[in-house]
Design a protein around this ligand. Sequence first.
Ligand code: ADP
Ligand code: ASP
Ligand code: MG
Length: 403
Amino acid sequence: MALIVQKYGGTSVGNPERIKNVARRVAASRAQGDQVVVVVSAMSGVTDHLIKLAKEITPLPSEREMDMLLATGEQQTIALTAIALHQLDIAATSLTGAQAGIVTDGVHTKAKIQNITPKKVHALLDAGNVVIVAGFQGETSEGHITTLGRGGSDLTAIALAAALKADLCQIYTDVDGVYTTDPRLVPNARKLTEISYDEMLELAGAGAKVMQSRSVEFAKKFGVVFEVRSSLNDNPGTIVKEETKSMEGVVIRGVALDKNQAKVTLVAVPDRPGVAARIFRALDEAAINVDMIVQNISHGTPTTDLSFTLDKPDLPKARKVIDALKIEVGYGEALVSEQVGKLSIVGVGMRSHSGVAAKMFETLAREGVNIEMISTSEIKISVVVDLAKGEQAMKAVHKAFIG
Ligand code: ADP
Ligand code: ASP
Ligand code: MG
């Protein structure tokens, strides 16, 4: 008898028919004698709708209350999934994240899991139940409801698989697996049979929303091998696991476009020690994740221009932080652009192959796409480009490297 954790994302539970489909899939696993823990997301569109409602009241709602609000999305789905399983005569019980023993820190809307004590989950499994756990949510040790960042049900599933020492962790979604790029944007994207944690992590961080990046980080840390596959067919998916020697043969595993970035440029920032530290500390204290940073060399002037990118939804918070720093830091003006896209190529093979950056930049040049910022890691090259040219650039780069 195996213990399987299965996660079903928003589209997979998007309406009652789809929820019944999930119940049938879970029933099939039960019929093989396996124990099943199911993690579900909110029905597709529900989380976005709840955010919209709050933003109609104020652009900067209390983050504690946002968590209280957003956690209701997943709570609907756990109950509906349990009801669907009962219709198939399967014993099933739903649990909120807190009831499943998921304890987080207190950083509302982006909380980190601190520990999991899945006592109730074990007891219910032992009593013959399918256990359905609400994704994306937890509770602080003081009992405040938290959420784990957008796409956080992936993290719930992987963390539960680690805590329960599950034999199998399956992430069911609306595509057949992880592709070389978003198959909805590039029709000739190819499905990957396997991908290393590091590549998946970089692709997720680069905007391939098929997996939440923090969930991949967690999987790597705790050695959770998982499979990404479709809830709508039985095709084999993509295995995400530790890197193997043979993976290095492929230079570029995937291409990603992140349209969810914004760029801030602080013009005429005083060029002296401690200024950048002050700015980025203040952003960090507001729990804003900064991604790329570029500082222009100041030619003999006592000022410099400082640009950085961040997640678009963090922009209202970032504006507040930046405005508050204007007098203290004494910069000239703050320019904000939401019309940017981050295009990235990822592959462990980059370590042993040269000329990758040149080929990417030449491809962009041929397409007439201007590069606004560049950043690299050992296995990734990212550029910021005009959002309007993002998809064209992505297709050209995919064609150049993958076909
Ligand atoms: P779920 O609701 O199941 O969590 P998501 O919408 O979060 O699903 O993620 C699945 C989507 O990710 C796909 O529909 C696809 O459009 C997108 N996607 C982006 N990049 C990739 C990629 N490289 N491979 C597969 N899907 C991708
Ligand atoms: N419902 C949450 C979101 O839309 C979490 C998830 O789907 O994984 O981000
Ligand atoms: Mg998702």
